[in-house]
Design a protein around this ligand. Sequence first.
Ligand code: AMP
Ligand code: MG
Length: 350
Amino acid sequence: METKLLRIDEKNIDESLVREAGDVIRAGGLVAFPTETVYGLGGDALNARSSEKIYRAKGRPSDNPLIVHIADMEALPAIVREIPESAARLAECFWPGPLTMILYKSDIVPRETTGGLDTVAVRMPVHPVARELIRAAGGYVAAPSANRSGRPSPTLAKYVIEDLDGRIDLIVDGGDVEIGLESTIVDLTAARPVILRPGYITRRMLEEVLGDVAEDSTMMRDDSGQAPKAPGMKYRHYAPRGELTIVDGTEESVIEYINSRIALHRSENKKTGVIGTDASVARYHADVCRSAGDRRDEDTIARELYRILREFDDENVEVIYAESFDTDGIGQAIMNRLLKAAGHRVIHIG
Ligand code: AMP
Ligand code: MG
């Protein structure tokens, strides 16, 4: 299949290009497009064949449910059994934006889209190109991240091309994404809301609206021994090809430890990489050293993380060490992704 590439400028949206992309989805095709979190791979959420195509294009296990994207609140009632008060309040505060809610699905949502579940994940993105495209596509776009399954999510169109060229109909290039990590997912189907995946919308922000909010116990810990709450949570994610280890401790001890490991790997002729910060990166001796940014600027770290992980792949790095980050605010989402990318390999020193 030949994959077509379209550029759409979010500040000056060309309606005819949006219509062209929307028509591809209406006809059962797949279109990758920018959102404020990461690039999504969109298909018609109400068409079982489209969802099957998404799984095939990504190489994603078909019991890992997709998120249905809508552009307007009026679109919500048709795809859910009911809208609980908690969902209405969260929508008012955080939609459009990087928040996904799990609700009971209505009959028009095929089980192919929900990975066989009777619940559906719904999000309303804020990115203007995403919103226009969803409307042009008929209102309901199932869109997981636009990467091959297991790889870091794409934060630029060039990474979508890298993973999916020849496997999907169209890629809409809308430039950089703003957040760089996937949406926060909150399950509203039980009496107490539960965060299944941390993101830019933090627990504290949700609790300000809902009162007490729980966190899934596997969010920051190794989940290999536990039955996952959502099927998708059991899969390895976001991983670079090289073996990634997180090193936690005081700055000096972390730098010293990582450099000693690098010396060892070098003697084994292995190509090495490090994820440090602006303050530390110059002190590492790895072949490829990358700063995730200033420690105090977590928004930048979130935006840079997946790009850095992919760059290690581009450079064929075999062994990677990363500094650890605080788990306050969006830091929790950063560490959640980094822990998954590292397969929960963490070394505590100092
Ligand atoms: P992605 O589309 O790659 O951002 O991942 C979507 C994730 O959302 C899945 O891996 C699940 O963990 C979660 N998810 C989607 N639908 C549901 C659902 N109905 N119930 C629970 N989790 C869901
Ligand atoms: Mg994904």
